[in-house]
Design a protein around this ligand. Structure first.
Ligand code: THU
Length: 132
């Protein structure tokens, strides 16, 4: 069981690195990739997509989440985030709020660096989240 979870974590991190290859980051040169799995077992990936009008940039996590939601999957369980920095890349505040909308109570956020994969809960990353 524990082994299955580790295999899933590694698969998501590998998929996130693959998605990072498509990052469009000519302004920051900071490439980000994300991969998630839905409650029903579907996988979606995303990369950051920058814009000459910087504020129009979309983060990798939101790309992956919006791909899932736009395909009808609104219950997301686990998401991995990686970047070209090789360091842990915590999600930005907007992405955390979007995660709060679509990630289950017990959802897991995976951050990776060169040494390992680390698990976080949404509550840890976004305590006292806004909701209606
Ligand atoms: N970025 C992400 O893709 N995810 C985050 O959570 C943090 C920031 C991207 C946005 C921009 O393209 C680049 O990283 C530098 O901020």
């Amino acid at each position: 069981m524990e082994n299955n979870k580790e295999m899933l974590n590694q698969k998501l991190v590998d998929m996130a690195y693959q998605a990072m290859e498509h990052a469009y980051a000519p302004y920051s040169h900071f490439k980000v990739g994300a991969a998630l799995v839905t409650e029903s077992g579907e996988f979606f990936t995303g990369c950051n997509i920058e814009n000459a009008s910087y504020g129009a940039t979309n983060c990798a996590e939101r790309t992956a989440i919006f791909k899932a939601v736009s395909e009808g999957y609104t219950k997301l369980c686990r998401i991995a985030i990686v970047s070209s920095s090789g360091e842990k890349t915590p999600p930005c505040g907007i992405c955390r709020q979007v995660m709060a909308e679509f990630m289950e109570e017990d959802a897991v956020i995976l951050l990776a660096d060169k040494l390992g994969i680390y698990e976080y809960s949404l509550k840890e990353l976004l305590p006292a989240a806004f909701g209606v």
